[in-house]
Design a protein around this ligand. Structure first.
Ligand SMILES: NC(=O)c1ccc[n+]([C@@H]2O[C@H](COP(=O)([O-])OP(=O)(O)OC[C@H]3O[C@@H](n4cnc5c(N)ncnc54)[C@H](O)[C@@H]3O)[C@@H](O)[C@H]2O)c1
Length: 321
């Protein structure tokens, strides 16, 4: 695998993957419309990355770029509750049609494709830990917030159908990713907590805060995605990728305050209306398949992500002062 195409590669997860692939001596092409990502995210690897500014909805451009690559890793999507709710129709279109464009281009070019799905495809009351086979046939409901989960489920199913038809396609389902370069504007929890803790402002936990999650550092997820993409063949159609340490959101807030020695207090507030009253109580991946594929490296503890996010925010504040 010498030349890799990353759609959405200027974003949070994609840019860590670009850094790692360049470190491994790969040439990386990134297709990103910069709606959420940025050139600054690729600053570390800019000499090894060709950034193409454009959309995955441009089927011709996708075909040309996939045809010039040995692997494609598809990450482009609108992400984050706030961004998704602001435009559910665009969310559906980009996720479903963008993914179809990548799958069609990969089929025509004979290029293996890693398709990045989401733990949200398991719906809102999944078994815990949830296995790949627990994916539902559909997610019921029409709330704007569901547009992301529903579209991801359609794209996930399209990718598994392609794999069943013999196309080399692997679907990866990440669970709650954290780390530097994650923006707080989309509604992600860790950057929001860290920003407030650094300012000594109250950390707002939605509801009782007892929602259980595992968190994986984007730098570890990048390694998992790169290792999976390097394989010659995939014996499964889909695989979970997430952290192993289970933590409640309230416990995460307390940990941020403690590790950053902040004077902030933790407040419980009503969840924002945009969340549509939908909250998964316990979302935890079964990682047996990832282990069987020998792609589960030792993972960074959550404290490493908290420290890295805090260092990034402090450096940013110092640069602006
Ligand atoms: N962050 C998480 O916790 C998480 C969890 C599960 C799955 N995922 C998935 O991982 C992938 C990457 O997410 P992320 O957290 O890095 O988000 P991100 O917003 O940082 O990255 C997504 C990138 O896609 C780009 N993009 C959006 N629409 C596009 C379009 N039409 N054409 C080209 N590029 C476009 C954005 O500019 C951005 O750079 C997404 O598919 C997301 O669904 C993320």
């Amino acid at each position: 695998m010498r030349r890799v195409l990353l759609t959405g590669g200027a974003g949070f997860i994609g840019s860590h993957l670009a850094d790692l692939l360049v470190e491994r001596g790969r040439r990386v092409a990134v297709l990103d419309d910069l709606s959420a990502g940025s050139e600054a995210n690729l600053a570390r690897s800019r000499h090894g990355v060709d950034l193409e500014i454009g959309s995955v909805l441009d089927a011709g451009r996708v075909l040309a770029l996939v045809g010039a690559a040995e692997r494609v890793i598809h990450l482009a999507a609108p992400v984050g509750v706030e961004r998704v709710c602001a435009n559910p129709a665009v969310t559906r279109e980009v996720i479903v049609r963008g993914s179809q464009n990548v799958l069609a281009a990969a089929r025509r070019s004979g290029v293996p494709a890693v398709m990045v799905s989401s733990s949200e495809v398991y719906g809102f009351s999944p078994p815990a830990p949830v296995r790949e086979v627990d994916v539902p046939a559909e997610i019921a409901g029409g709330a704007p917030r569901l547009s992301y989960a529903c579209a991801k489920l359609v794209a996930d199913r399209d990718a598994r159908r392609a794999a069943a038809a013999g196309q080399p396609v692997l679907t990866v389902r990440p669970f709650n990713v954290v780390g530097p370069r994650q923006g707080s504007s989309g509604g992600a929890v860790l950057p929001r907590f860290v920003e407030r803790a650094l300012l000594g402002q109250p950390l707002e936990v939605h509801g009782d805060g007892l929602q259980q999650r595992t968190f994986i550092d984007a730098r570890d997820l990048a390694r998992i995605l790169a290792d999976l993409a390097e394989k010659d063949a995939w014996p499964v159609d889909a695989v979970n990728a997430g952290g192993v340490e289970e933590l409640s959101v309230a416990a995460l807030a307390r940990l941020v305050v403690a590790l950053l020695r902040s004077a902030s207090v933790v407040h419980h507030v009503a969840p924002p209306a945009a969340r549509g009253g939908i909250e998964v109580r316990r979302r935890v991946p079964d990682l047996a398949r990832l282990r069987d594929l020998a792609c589960l490296p030792p993972l960074r503890p959550i404290g490493a992500a908290i420290a890295a996010v805090a260092a990034e925010k402090a450096a940013c504040a110092a640069a602006q002062a």
